[in-house]
Design a protein around this ligand. Structure first.
Ligand SMILES: [Zn+2]
Length: 144
């Protein structure tokens, strides 16, 4: 079984191995378990996503006022739309100030890769789609 955190209601759902989460609906809220859109993290749900998801969790840290964050959004959303082996999320530092402080965020945009509840990689600055994919491939290789 693989544990997924529902991107809508944050309840943990177990999916049998070999079954694609994209085909499964959440048992609690009936939304698709993998939406191909980044889930929004906040101070209340971040821990559930990071510690209970069996999938690696990719967090894009951003702010509403940040121009480079806005420029990076379409690229990050596109990668999320193409990938079902990672859980993509966004964290707005103003909507989630405690989490931003806990993560020691010094600037945005930043991307952080969590696996097994632990941070395994972090990078900051504007990235295009190619750079995001390259960083993800490198990071996945480093943990496997
Ligand atoms: Zn749900």
């Amino acid at each position: 079984m693989t544990q997924y955190v529902c991107p809508k209601c944050c309840k943990v759902q177990s999916v049998p191995d070999g079954v694609r989460a994209v085909l499964i609906k959440c048992g609690a809220c009936e939304e698709a378990l993998h939406t191909f859109k980044p889930a929004e993290l906040n101070d209340d749900n971040i821990e559930a996503f990071i510690t209970q998801s069996d999938l690696p969790v990719v967090v894009k840290v951003e702010a509403q006022w940040c121009g480079p964050c806005k420029m990076m959004k379409p690229a990050f959303d596109q990668v999320a739309a193409e990938t079902d082996t990672l859980l993509f999320t966004t964290l707005d530092i103003e909507k989630a100030p405690e989490s931003a402080a806990e993560l020691g965020i010094r600037g945005v945009p930043a991307i952080i890769f969590f696996y097994g509840g632990k941070e395994v990689a972090r990078d900051s600055g504007l990235k295009n789609i190619h750079q995001i994919k390259q960083w993800l491939v490198q990071t996945v290789q480093s943990i496997s």
